[in-house]
Design a protein around this ligand. Structure first.
Ligand code: NAG
Ligand code: NAG
Ligand code: NAG
Ligand code: NAG
Ligand code: NAG
Length: 477
């Protein structure tokens, strides 16, 4: 939430700067065109101007004919879109992409319509060509589960000229050419916003959408081809897709954890664990408080009373509540408390992550964004991208049974010297980019990491398809 606002402000300043620079260039170029033409290709100013031109053909303040003249003349020769595209990052081409993704053009009721977006008659998707102009994902804490939104935006961006993003996934228009079929249903938002039965309705909108989705998918040739195994369905909120998940269990899910899924339905073999979008503001790496600047040894904020795996919280609270360098606060983090939580975490050396009513929680990702070394007490937790990230380099894992021993946790944390903590903190800062959702996506951010993970699951999917084929292939044709 907070960082989004910052991102809106920055480009505005940048744009005004660019406009000023463009104006100067315009004048200069008409005065002495030849002087400039030789070294413009490498000039960063020229590049910025190109970016500006490329981002929007009909500029905001300048007439677009003028801009095109500047762009084309100062470079000394006529450039085509491809050449210009390379200056800023061209649409990635299909053969270069790690993952070719076909996305169903579902009616907007399933996705951006839930955000209040209405396209015109022949517009299936919002435009993502201008950063921060696409419909925003609503409402503070809903954002935790916004994975569905970022992945969809990224696929749209993959077909949009001049969006600078990694070429991990590209949306293809022909499903036969796709490695993966993406189902653009904003299931978490649908659950958060529409799971209550309203007035005279017999079923909630969320349920209705899920039923329609099942019906739609089961009728598609794409689904029938592999029984849905190559389909990617995002169900990040633990209660999303509650009605449909059994019927669509052959698909790959993008989940926050497996807590509420039977193993048969969801498992690491086929499914992808995606991070929550953190709620606290990301600390700039260059400005992260160091060991001595973090006065709190250990920080925890959350609800104390939890069902299921959460009983441990109560016991820990009783063990730790009298320690003066430990901050143990009650209450779920409401939207208004996020800023305070961010401050607390940024002032702490270690941040506790205890099993709640689900094994995972957004708290871990808040800790990472605050560069507060996570202490994970959750035996069942699944961590995003763990096949490529070694969390033990920047997190401490403590078994629940150990954490409940008197003195254990504090002795452990107090025994970690500045030098050792700093090493973890350095690695944590470096790893934190893997948990950032954004559009356009960047190499190694959460969106990019999810696509890469999906691409690694491809072989498991293939294995399962081939095994199924053993006795079922017909050789008569
Ligand atoms: C370019 O910017 C103008 C003004 O902000 C906007 O109305 C228009 O839709 C944009 N065009 C494209 C192609 O993005
Ligand atoms: C910019 O204009 C060119 C030619 O008028 C067009 O082909 C291209 O699609 C436009 N790009 C954007 C981003 O609107
Ligand atoms: C889609 O791709 C398949 C395989 O490459 C090809 O046979 C088919 O003609 C394509 N369909 C369309 C509509 O282009
Ligand atoms: C701290 O780091 C040193 C080496 O840098 C290592 O020998 C020592 O075992 C570490 N201590 C702890 C508690 O991890
Ligand atoms: C930073 O992270 C990347 C990828 O996670 C890793 O390859 C690299 O070695 C890390 N660098 C440092 C200095 O830890």
């Amino acid at each position: 939430m907070y960082s989004n606002r910052e991102k809106i402000m920055l480009p505005m300043k940048f744009l005004s700067w660019l406009i000023a620079v463009s104006m100067i260039l315009l004048i200069l170029s008409s005065l002495s065109l030849h002087q400039f033409s030789n070294n413009y290709d490498n000039s960063s100013i020229a590049r910025s101007v190109f970016n500006f031109i490329l981002n929007n053909n009909s500029s905001i303040h300048l007439k677009d004919t003028n801009i095109h003249e500047v762009g084309f003349q100062v470079s000394g020769h006529t450039m085509n879109m491809d050449e210009m595209g390379q200056l800023h990052g061209s649409v990635c081409d299909q053969s270069r992409a790690l993952l070719r993704v076909y996305m169903y053009d579902l009616p907007s009721d399933f996705h951006f319509g839930l955000l209040g977006w209405k396209g015109n008659a022949n517009q299936a998707w919002p435009s993502v060509s201008i950063p921060n102009r696409y419909p925003p994902y609503p409402g503070g804490l809903n954002l935790q589960h916004s994975t569905e939104y970022w992945l969809t935006l990224d696929l749209l961006a993959s077909n949009t000229a001049n969006v600078d993003r990694p070429c991990s996934a590209i949306r293809v228009q022909n499903s036969s050419e796709a490695d993966v079929i993406f189902v653009p249903f904003f299931s978490s938002l649908s659950y958060n916003r529409h799971s209550k039965v309203q007035g005279h309705e017999t079923a909630s909108v969320d349920r209705m959408l899920q039923d329609k989705l099942v019906q739609f998918l089961k009728g598609r040739v794409e689904w029938k081809r592999l029984g849905g195994r190559d389909h990617l369905i995002v169900a990040h909120h633990p209660n999303s897709m509650l009605f449909a998940r059994n019927k669509l269990g052959s698909a790959m899910f993008v989940l926050s954890d497996f807590g509420r899924y039977p193993t048969k339905l969801a498992n690491l073999e086929k499914d992808v664990i995606a991070p929550y979008k953190h709620m606290v503001r990301t600390i700039p790496i260059s400005n992260s408080p160091s060991f001595n600047e973090r006065s709190i040894l250990m920080y925890f904020r959350g609800a104390i009373y939890r069902k299921d795996g959460g009983a441990i919280r109560q016991v820990l609270y009783n063990l730790l509540k009298d320690e003066k360098d430990v901050y143990f606060a009650f209450g779920s983090v409401q939207a208004s408390g996020i800023k305070q939580a961010g401050k607390g975490m940024a002032s702490s050396k270690f941040c506790l992550n205890i099993a709640g009513d689900t094994p995972s929680s957004n708290r871990l990702f808040d800790a990472i964004a605050s560069h507060c070394v996570p202490v994970i007490i959750s035996d069942e937790i699944e961590l995003p991208f763990e096949d490529v990230l070694d969390y033990s380099e920047f997190c401490l894992f403590v078994r629940a049974s150990d954490a409940l021993k008197k003195g254990y946790l504090l002795n452990l944390l107090r025994g970690i010297k500045q030098e050792n903590w700093t090493k973890m903190w350095e690695r944590l800062k470096n790893a934190s980019r893997h948990f950032e959702y954004q559009c356009p996506s960047q190499a190694g951010d959460a969106v990019d990491m999810i696509w890469q993970t999906v691409s690694r699951k491809k072989s498991a999917t293939q294995l399962s398809v081939h095994r199924k084929n053993r006795y079922s292939r017909s050789h008569s044709s």
